[in-house]
Design a protein around this ligand. Structure first.
Ligand SMILES: [Zn+2]
Ligand SMILES: [Zn+2]
Length: 452
């Protein structure tokens, strides 16, 4: 989590922005759903907590990498199928560990969807707590279906199993394959563990680049002038990037690793390789930032005579867009459960941290991804955030599981609000339609191979 400091000017700007947000909220024509549903949601979730805990524990204790979540896929699809009324499809749209589970209401109505992640990190297990993401999604979807059933509501609730969030873009692949459009979803809900509670997930747009410099070997002492030093090309590029940082925005980031630089100290290296990840506030900022970095990579090649091969990895992630109407509903529902959320205006202007493939969905469908604090067995916060060993431990505790159930109650509350409040879907979609163009950048930008 990022610590924020505000200057007086920023505080003034926030205050003005606060007035704008407040007046927007006041003038919205939408009346949200009846809070009385929350009691039923809460009682239902409490009643199934004992069957949910083993699912959460099994996921946590059996971490699997992206697109290899075979146990999780089997566990979650079997679990959903064991509940009456759920129609489960495994390995959908050519992705072996993706799935959908659909519950139909009494006729046409809003289609509310939850995304379950369940991939883990290499060597770190569930250090991003995706077992808890799955728990929130499964629980939220089941509770929403329960209300649909008891209240004879029209519409649908869909639980999507969305694999490979860590770097591999499982949701982008599913989005481009048409999964979410074909299911005609009205909204997309997901929640993520962290070190504090917030309705807003604020993330960067990101791309990943692999590069190779090809040089020419030569005897490093007898005939160095006959060689082309690939390692030098990479070091030059690395230093050019280091200098470029001074002229970057605070939200423009680049980080990477050199994966190969040569084999023998007395041979001019003929191959040097590296991988970089680049991030910006949004896709519009990411495009020019990418161009500037490409110049640094090209500079290494130009100066040394090495040949450069650049490959942009699929799939790039767009920044997360938080649908304000769904955020409204989450605040109402979560605070209704005695949950505490930070001041909305300052929280919504946090510096981005990390990236998520839910961002790509959120540019096309109304979406939120609240974050929630998780705990050690003794109730303390883990000493490290996501992607650290202490976070992996906290992701497996009973207290964190209970917190996930509380968040699931609020998420089901949002879904039921959407199902029961006339005009809420249209209102949420107005926000999607009012988003600025992503600078004409299409997802295919993410696929180009940049051979020079
Ligand atoms: Zn992660
Ligand atoms: Zn994560």
């Amino acid at each position: 989590m990022q610590q924020l400091f505000f200057s007086k000017a920023v505080v003034l700007a926030l205050a003005i922005a606060g007035l704008v947000v407040a007046s927007n909220t006041l003038t919205r024509p939408v009346r949200r759903g009846d809070r009385s549903y929350m009691r039923s949601i809460s009682e239902y979730i409490d009643s199934i907590a004992d069957e949910l805990w083993p699912i959460n524990k099994e996921l946590h204790d059996n971490p699997e990498l992206g697109y290899k979540e075979f146990k999780a896929h089997k566990l979650l699809t079997s679990f959903m199928e064991s509940h009456e009324g759920w129609n489960v499809s495994r390995s959908i749209y050519g992705t072996e560990t993706a799935f959908s589970a659909v519950y139909e209401g009494t006729g046409d109505g809003p289609i509310v969807s939850f995304n379950a992640e369940y991939d883990a990190l290499l060597g770190l297990g569930h250090a991003c707590g995706h077992n808890l993401i799955a728990t929130v999604a499964v629980t939220g979807a089941l509770a929403t279906a329960e209300i649909m059933k008891s209240e004879n509501l029209p519409g649908k609730v869909i639980l999507f199993g969305t694999p490979a969030e860590e770097s591999l873009g499982g949701k982008v692949k599913m989005l481009e394959a048409g999964v979410f459009h074909d299911h005609n979803i009205s909204i997309s809900l997901i929640a993520h563990p962290g070190l504090s509670d917030t309705a807003y997930m604020i993330t960067s747009s990101t791309d990943r680049i692999d590069l190779e410099y090809y040089g020419k070997t030569a005897h490093a002492a007898a005939a160095p002038y006959e060689g082309v030093n690939a390692q030098d090309a990479l070091v030059l590029a690395y230093n050019a990037i280091a200098m470029l940082r001074q002229q970057s925005r605070a939200t423009d980031l680049v980080h990477g690793v050199i994966t190969e630089g040569g084999q023998s100290i007395n041979v001019i290296p003929e191959l040097a390789t590296a991988s970089f990840q680049i991030r910006s506030k949004d896709d519009s900022d990411l495009a020019p930032w990418t161009e500037r970095l490409l110049k640094c990579f090209e500079a290494g090649a130009l100066a040394t005579g090495a040949e450069l091969n650049l490959t942009m990895r699929p799939y790039g992630y767009s920044n997360m867009v938080n649908n304000e109407l769904l955020v409204d509903s989450f605040y109402d529902n979560y605070e209704g459960l005695n949950g505490t959320l930070p001041d909305r205006v300052t929280d919504s202007m946090r510096t981005p941290g990390g990236s998520t493939d839910q961002g790509n969905i959120a540019w096309e469908f109304p979406s939120i991804q609240p974050m929630f604090a998780i705990y050690n067995e003794n109730g303390s916060l883990p000493s490290g955030g996501p992607h650290t060993a202490p976070f992996e431990v906290a992701a497996g505790t009973k207290l964190s599981f209970k917190k996930a159930l509380k968040v699931a109650k609020a998420m089901a509350g949002v879904a039921v609000d959407v199902l029961t409040t006339e005009g809420m879907v249209d209102e949420a979609w107005k926000e999607i339609r009012s988003l600025p163009s992503r600078n004409g950048i299409s997802p295919s930008r993410r696929r180009r191979s940049l051979k020079s």
